[in-house]
Design a protein around this ligand. Sequence first.
Ligand SMILES: C[S@@+](CC[C@H](N)C(=O)[O-])C[C@H]1O[C@@H](n2cnc3c(N)ncnc32)[C@H](O)[C@@H]1O
Length: 406
Amino acid sequence: MLRYPYFCRIFREYFSCWLKSGIHNLGVWPKKIHTTAERYNENETQEQTDLTGDQELQRSQDIDSEAMAKLHIPVMVDEVVHCLAPEKGQVFLDMTFGSGGHTRAILQKESDIILYALDRDPTAYAIAEQLSELYPKQIRAMLGQFSQAEDLLMKAGVQPGTLNGVLLDLGCSSMQLDAPERGFSLRKDGPLDMRMDGGRYPDMPTAADVVNALDQQALASILRAYGEEKHAKKIASAIVQARSIYPITRTQQLASIVAGAFPPSAIYARKDLLQRSTHIATKTFQALRIFVNNELNELHMGLKTAQKFLKPGGRLVALSFHSLEDRIVKRFLLGISMTEKFNLSVRQKVIQTSQLSSYHANKEGSSVRPLLMWELIHKKVLTPEDWDVQNNPRGRSAKLRAAMKL
Ligand SMILES: C[S@@+](CC[C@H](N)C(=O)[O-])C[C@H]1O[C@@H](n2cnc3c(N)ncnc32)[C@H](O)[C@@H]1O
């Protein structure tokens, strides 16, 4: 576990930087914490990291391939394959392999496809390795984060500008959510962990580290920024009060602490998109998960890597599951800066961009293309069909954006 005084210091240091920067929606703060912590721990723990990583991989190898298919139901498979439009012999990168549902669908669509399968989760990597036995020479499994994808691809001999398609199916897999010991689920009790990398980086902060170490204001900011939680202050105060008695170490302990801050009638009063009741701590869990895994920075880096490695005409498909992710994907595809103030709507920016390009066209007598790097395959975001949601309620909030690199 990360040393607490050190952890508190770096959080304090970057909390002030985060507020000043005004770009908290892209998670600059956690990025800095993560890189700083990484540097700090690099030398000290390299041996230990390798050992733990190996052990974890060994454990993961035990999953049999029959169970594989049941681990995670892939979302909007037909739409994903349709947008990627695989052709014989093409090369794809699935940046979020999970249990390989989308990968399988892509490989089954056409023959001789080569697919690089990336995931930061050692369990997913083990499944990719196993699946590669069923598709000899077609699947190349890679263990790592989006931010490491460029290096991994280069090491695997993939040159920038050579891929035909890239898929990002964001968030957690059911394998992660359903395993209590991973600590993602508020319904199943387990250690409050939430690291998608599992035990690969033993000194990186867990969700328990975050809730036990940060001051109230910082906790509230995380809940607000990454959970869009209206009651962030109240929840942060309940957390700080509870931990003064006992450290918070379990998922259900945290869920109860959050619930305890509200009257019983409020605990299941919130509704999801299917109008089903959700627990009042759901947004708290989302916020902690995004923070612990540095998800928004990772997403931005993943998109940049996808852009770099796709060939012109290559296709990017991104499935997001909450508004923070979708906003980043949308802005990236429209070429709008991530640091742009939120009160200037994306719509206004798009109008501005097209006005600017027609201004240039009129002034110079020739059409000047706006600084767009992508052509949208669908002008509007795609969402799952009703039958898809019935089969797979976890995918209900999915938003699919697809674009072709110009
Ligand atoms: C929703 S699941 C993907 C499921 C997959 N499409 C399937 O059909 O089984 C998301 C996966 O992405 C992985 N992931 C999330 N963020 C990542 C990152 N920054 N780098 C690498 N993998 C990531 C998670 O570990 C998880 O396995």
